[in-house]
Design a protein around this ligand. Structure first.
Ligand SMILES: [Zn+2]
Length: 229
């Protein structure tokens, strides 16, 4: 019997002092790594729930078959979550703060106020994420958001996006339909050629919703573990 646990291997404190933790579920040091991320936007709590459930499930299973070491970051924006806000405490959109060629100081997302940030990677949370990608070289990244109920992807992620679509029933789009300058997908996917899936769930309002969403997307995560990238 061999049951493994996801260990916290890195963490920082958010600007308001909440922990932002990064966990490793190591299968074999020689295997490639994948990242599963939740909570870029504080008003989207579905991703954190899903990541934590996935971590919990892996701890109760013996002999997980996986081609990858799995790295988890449940919540990148605990300050935003505390305020039920999309943005971090400095009113920056953490999915528009990456040093990409299309970076803009001022961004506007449908349904939200327009926000500004001084410079690319101005935020501590962004710099933490960049350092993790640079240190662990993920071969694929899944970032969970809401509430568009679709799959968007960046970089060479078409086949992986199709797997997620087949397993969840969510539709794939090549663009969410509005500009996303400085996004994590552009930085990691388009500019660094790491396959990035942005999995947009529907908006979960109750605990039952969050569990229902996790059950919907769960098969895709297990399928990914044996999917040859
Ligand atoms: Zn989001």
């Amino acid at each position: 019997m061999s049951i493994k646990y996801a260990h916290k291997i890195r963490h920082i404190l958010s600007p308001k002092g909440h922990e932002i933790a990064f966990y490793e579920y190591l299968i074999d040091k020689s295997y490639p790594n994948i990242f599963i991320l939740g909570g870029f936007h504080g008003d989207e709590i579905e991703g954190e729930y899903a990541v934590l459930q996935f971590m919990k499930e892996l701890e109760t299973k013996e002999n997980i078959q996986s081609l990858y070491n799995i790295y988890f970051l449940p919540c990148l924006n605990p300050d935003g979550k505390e305020n039920c806000s999309r943005f971090n405490i400095n009113k920056v959109d953490l999915n528009r703060n990456y040093p990409t060629q299309n970076f803009k100081n001022k961004t506007q997302t449908l349904g939200y106020e327009s926000v500004t940030c001084e410079a690319p990677a101005s935020e501590k949370e962004t710099r933490f994420m960049i350092s993790l990608v640079e240190e662990y070289h993920p071969q694929a990244i899944v970032s969970i958001h809401s509430d568009l109920h679709l799959i968007d992807y960046d970089g060479p992620a078409q086949k992986l996006a199709q797997l997620f679509a087949d397993k969840t029933g969510y539709r794939i789009v090549e663009s969410v339909g509005y500009e996303t300058p400085g996004s994590f997908g552009t930085w990691a996917g388009i500019e660094r050629k790491i396959p990035v899936i942005t999995l947009e769930t529907w908006r979960g309002k109750t605990d039952e919703d969050l569990e229902k969403i996790w059950q919907e997307i769960r098969p895709a995560f297990y399928a990914m573990l044996s999917f040859q990238l």
